[in-house]
Design a protein around this ligand. Structure first.
Ligand code: AMP
Length: 553
């Protein structure tokens, strides 16, 4: 039985199948079919490994057997928390082969997020590195397992440690493939293949079911826009767990057509430029926060970047000025990427004129993407006017996983997803992102749900009331500002500063990127007439300061 998800209506299912968007293929046989066509071509490269399609397929067979040996199988949810290493994809495809469902978590998630994800998805296993970026994931996994009854296994890439009962990844890799067929998945195209995380606005992250049909169509359509072929070499500079890196067209788009994927351990341009030269990278994806550093390095590097045909920039708003600089100074096509793990993906086209590439965030990749730019009553506003972006289509979800109450608010009655993004549509269909109505901060591409952090801040003994808002930032695009009203009671404790709040949130097991970048103390919290926190007043205050000091440099 497939995992629960909100289905597309039958008429849409028929339409998408008839149009050839949904082909009934699943990821279970994805590598085997690519290995038949491209067996000896290099599929995957990281700092330690270099695998052809045939080798990648064979190794994932071993891992699949190993996973089955642990008792894992159809529809079991498995938390994947790995950085950019070949093992991410070995596990991912092995899970597909046995019909299990990876849950893409972020390397920076900590106890608060991981316990929620383990419990919410009823995960049967959790995959971690031993140490990453100085953090011991084994301790985290032990804590998560102790409070998550469904979690039977922890699989460690690296040293599992003694007495933990954790399974070393190498045990899976050396499993005997003669123990029956590697592919046992009974999934069909319409079943959920994976669960992605939403950036979220309220509470902890929601889970986004993506089906085999819709996810394969997403990467195929994006790959066509990016003109990917078997000669393409995709550099994954950002975490591969992100939908952007995985599927826009990303890793899966490149593998779909027999291209090569190069996993970069970090997005530092010095290191990435060496990879571009060494592997002949043709397409890479970064975010706006990295754009200035990549530009600076490109001006002085000795590395040969001449193979790089397309540089994608997305996940947060790219300033028009930076886009112009990139077009003028980098000898490749710049492509703006505006997408969401929920589905919709907009790309500028490789042949779009510079004016479009530098001032818009692209247009939808599919002719079947239905876009509405809506006013407060959900009625469409004319082209050129600002409104909320609503979307439905062949690869945009119809409901979050097990979230009825949230779904009632996140979708219109006729199935359009309310993105919370404020956009303007040009007559050509290109969208310009002008803001956001959702209560979220986009900190250099990392999404921070304001209410989740506010909830944690309220647990601090000095804090009576807390509001988290975005403020423009020259490096991050947006930084987070915590407006706090202090508890003035007789036992009042001193006002916490930024460092203290970071330590406080860390102790509560919250990912470090969610700690406020700035703290401001207020006498009273502005309230709406019905007594709710009035964030508009605080946002106006930030805006007024900005116009006084001019836009960020
Ligand atoms: P995620 O699901 O984490 O990929 O985040 C999706 C959200 O990131 C979108 O709904 C937007 O709010 C934001 N976003 C992604 N790409 C862009 C872009 N090019 N410009 C502005 N915002 C973006």
């Amino acid at each position: 039985m497939a995992i629960d998800m909100t289905p597309w209506p039958g008429t849409d299912v028929e339409k998408y199948r008839a149009a050839g968007y949904w082909r009934g293929e699943t990821f279970a046989g994805f590598l085997a079919s690519r290995a038949r066509a491209h067996g000896n071509r290099v599929a995957l490269v990281d700092d330690r490994t270099r695998l052809t399609y045939a080798e990648l397929d064979e190794r994932t067979d071993h891992v699949a057997h190993g996973l089955r040996g642990l008792g894992l199988g159809s529809d079991d949810r498995v938390l994947l928390q790995l950085p950019n290493r070949a093992e991410f994809l070995l596990l991912w495809f092995a899970l597909m082969k046995i019909g299990a469902v990876p849950v893409h978590t972020q390397p920076g998630h900590r106890r608060s997020e991981m316990v929620h994800l383990a419990q919410h998805s009823d995960a049967a296993a959790y995959v971690i590195p031993d140490l990453h970026a100085g953090f011991d994931h084994r301790e985290l996994a032990a804590e998560v397992r102790s409070v998550s009854p469904s979690l039977k296994h922890v699989i460690v890439v690296g040293d599992p440690g003694t007495g933990t009962g954790f399974t070393p990844f190498t045990d899976l890799l050396t499993s005997a493939p003669e123990a029956g067929p590697a592919i046992t998945s009974r999934a069909s195209g319409g079943d959920a293949a994976l669960l992605l995380l939403s950036g979220g606005t309220t509470g902890l992250p929601k889970l986004i079911p993506r089906t085999h049909d819709d996810y394969l169509y997403n990467s195929r359509a994006a790959g066509e826009v990016c003109e990917l072929t078997e000669e393409s070499v995709y550099l994954a500079a950002l975490p591969v767990a992100f939908n952007y890196t995985m599927n826009c067209p990303g890793v899966l788009g490149a593998l779909s057509v027999g291209g090569r994927v190069v996993l970069a351990g970090n997005p530092d341009p010095g290191y990435c430029f060496d990879l571009i030269e060494r592997e002949g990278v043709t397409i890479a994806a970064i975010n706006p926060q990295l754009a200035p550093v990549w530009l600076d390095e490109a001006a002085v590097t000795d590395a040969d970047l001449s193979t790089l045909r397309v540089l994608q920039v997305g996940s947060a708003r790219l300033a028009d000025e930076t886009a112009r600089k990139m077009v003028a100074e980098l000898g490749c096509v710049i492509q703006q990427v505006f997408g969401m793990a929920e589905g919709l993906l907009c790309l500028t086209r490789l042949s779009d004129p510079p004016e479009i590439i530098t001032t818009t965030q692209g247009r939808p990749i599919s002719p079947a993407d239905e876009i509405k730019v809506a006013g407060p009553d959900d009625q469409e506003v004319p082209d050129g006017e600002e409104g909320e972006l609503l979307v439905r289509g062949p690869y945009t979800l119809r409901g979050y996983y097990h979230a009825d109450e949230h779904n009632a608010k996140s979708f219109t009655h006729d199935g359009f997803y309310r993105s919370g993004d404020r956009v303007r549509r040009r007559p050509t269909g290109h969208l310009v992102v002008v803001g956001r109505s959702k209560d979220q901060i986009n900190r250099g591409g990392e999404k921070i749900p304001a209410t989740e952090v506010e909830g944690h801040l309220l647990a601090h003994p000095a804090i009576q009331s807390a509001a988290l808002l975005p403020a423009p930032d020259p490096d991050l695009g947006e930084r987070s500002v915590a407006f706090l009203v202090l508890d003035g009671g007789p036992d009042a404790v001193p006002a916490p500063d930024r460092k203290e709040l970071a330590a406080f949130l860390d102790k509560r097991g919250v990912a470090a990127f969610k700690a406020p970048d700035e703290v401001r103390i207020l006498d009273v919290m502005p309230l709406t007439p019905v007594g709710k926190m009035d964030k508009k007043v605080l946002a106006a205050q930030i805006k007024a300061e900005r116009s006084k000091s001019g836009p960020p440099a």
